[in-house]
Design a protein around this ligand. Structure first.
Ligand code: AMO
Length: 468
């Protein structure tokens, strides 16, 4: 049995879910609880409050004689979402009347207050409803994220996002990976020079990091063998789509003595672990999301661990598929979202797209001179992971031969001198290695059935939004 989490603090003796879960043992016990006032009912000498904290809900019963008359009136007139603290004793609620033959519902508990105080009063009107299921525009929600987050299904999305990180981390540690942190102020672009946010670093120019790429490789070259990092990445892309942001959290790994296939294996096992753990332990969050979806006529989501290994549709096969569907595409063209739709008709879940043309991949991706397409094009060891039409991950085996790294940089119009700190890492012996970078927000979209990446990021940053 897991140790119980200490939920009492300076302000409360019990969290609200404890009152419901342990009510039978708590009867007549004096407790102090806190929460947001969702609703209040009753006039004159009595008042019922629906109280909510981050763990659950509980009814509070206030009655003249038990509590001071002034606080009773204050709470009767209190605005919704104000926070209060209540001291009182736990009691069983009067059971509802049931018709003969109907099942008797399990007992419910409440706190009969003997003292109450208002901690912070909420202004009115609320910019958005917390408990109703009225549709709210995304911009209003994001402007008022602190309130939006109090809505049950939104709260569930961010709980599940946290579970992705928790179970993902747990899996990688089990496979021998160590967590690292790379600098976010950098001097050289890992992912090309066009989408950098420039900044002043004292008297020199620097940039916000686009990816931990070069540093996770240096850590592996240094002998850490298997590393992972969960951290912010910044891209000055002028996109305005449902899946692009200018700041996102990148979940990266890098692994020594490994090929592209090896790290694809790590990825599918990690995703399988996340989905399995969520299905086993976190169904209540999925239920909260589905309860809301029902009110919006949206299909419920189901968390079913995906079958592994995931299908592999090589870049060349993907091009053939798209051409067969009648769409125009040539070997060497990017697979755009509308092309990905065609692949997704066959593979609507997770699938890898390995072996992209070398010319389309960054300078740090490895190629084997013997691996060519039918038309003679140079293939790379770079891959993507898609879910349906959406890219979740890019990764690949890395170039570990110093001379080829230098020539890749030159061929791609980059300045080897700017990458000297990185190339130096390869000069004294380098293990073949591979890795990937996964967009946490995009994976959370899949798990939670969200349609916009902004729904899975607490405070998203896009071209139009830099606050809150
Ligand atoms: P890439 O640039 O493809 O690869 O990024 C990896 C993954 O990060 C997510 N992502 C984004 N999410 C939201 N908004 C964006 N603007 C955005 N850009 C990227 C995607 C994408 O698949 N260094 C390589 C990874 C590697 O090879 O290890 C890289 O950064 O889910």
């Amino acid at each position: 049995m897991a140790e119980p989490v200490p939920l009492s603090t300076a302000y409360r003796t019990h969290a609200l879910n404890e009152i419901q879960a342990n009510g039978a043992f708590l009867i007549d016990v004096e407790v102090t609880v806190c929460g947001f006032m969702e609703a209040n009912r009753g006039k004159g000498k009595i008042c019922f409050v629906d109280l909510r904290d981050g763990t659950g809900k509980c009814q509070i019963f206030l009655k003249e004689g038990n509590v001071d008359e002034t606080i009773l009136t204050e709470i009767q007139n209190l605005s919704r979402e104000s926070t209060i603290q209540v001291r009182g004793v736990v009691a069983q609620k009067r059971p509802p009347k049931v018709k003969e033959g109907e099942p008797i519902p399990p007992p419910e508990y409440e706190v009969v207050a003997n003292h109450a105080s208002v901690l912070a009063q909420a202004e009115t009107p609320l910019p958005l409803g917390v408990t109703d299921s009225v549709h709210v525009e995304l911009d209003t929600r994001l402007d008022n994220r602190f309130l939006d987050l109090r809505r049950k299904h939104v709260n569930a999305i961010f709980n599940l996002r946290s579970k992705i990180l928790q179970y993902g981390r747990e899996h990688l540690i089990k496979e021998g990976f160590k967590e690292m942190n790379s600098p976010k102020i950098i001097a050289a672009a890992a992912e090309g020079g066009t989408n950098l946010f420039p900044m002043k670093y004292f008297d020199r120019d620097a940039y916000l990091s686009q990816s931990p790429q070069l540093y996770k490789q240096l850590a592996v070259l240094g002998g850490l063998e298997r590393v992972f990092e969960i951290g912010p990445a910044f891209r000055a892309e002028k996109h305005d789509t449902y899946r692009h942001l200018n700041e996102f959290v990148s979940f990266d790994i890098e692994m020594a003595w490994a090929s592209d296939e090896d790290v694809m294996g790590v990825q599918e096992r990690m995703i399988h672990h996340i989905w399995s753990q969520v299905a086993a332990n976190e169904q209540h969050f999925v239920d909260d999301i589905n309860a809301y979806r029902l009110t919006q006529d949206m299909e419920p989501i189901e968390v079913i661990p995906p079958t592994i290994p995931f299908p592999r549709v090589s870049y060349c096969d993907a091009i053939d598929l798209i051409q067969q569907s009648g769409q125009e595409i040539e070997w060497g063209d990017d697979i755009e979202a509308h092309h990905a739709d065609i692949i997704a008709e066959k593979h609507n879940g997770f699938h890898f797209i390995p072996r992209w043309p070398m010319e389309m991949k960054p300078f740090y991706i490895y190629h084997d001179e013997n691996e060519k397409s039918v038309s003679g094009g140079q293939l790379s060891r770079g891959f993507d992971l898609n879910y349906g039409r959406d890219e979740m991950t890019s990764g690949g085996q890395r170039e570990h031969r110093t001379e080829i790294l230098r020539s890749n940089l030159e061929n791609m119009g980059l300045e080897p001198r700017e990458f000297q700190f990185y190339i130096d890492g390869f000069r004294f012996g380098a293990p073949p290695h591979a890795g990937w970078g996964l967009g946490v927000a995009r994976l959370t979209m899949v798990l939670t059935g969200s349609r916009n990446v902004r729904e899975t990021v607490l405070f998203p940053r896009d071209r139009r939004r830099c606050t809150p």
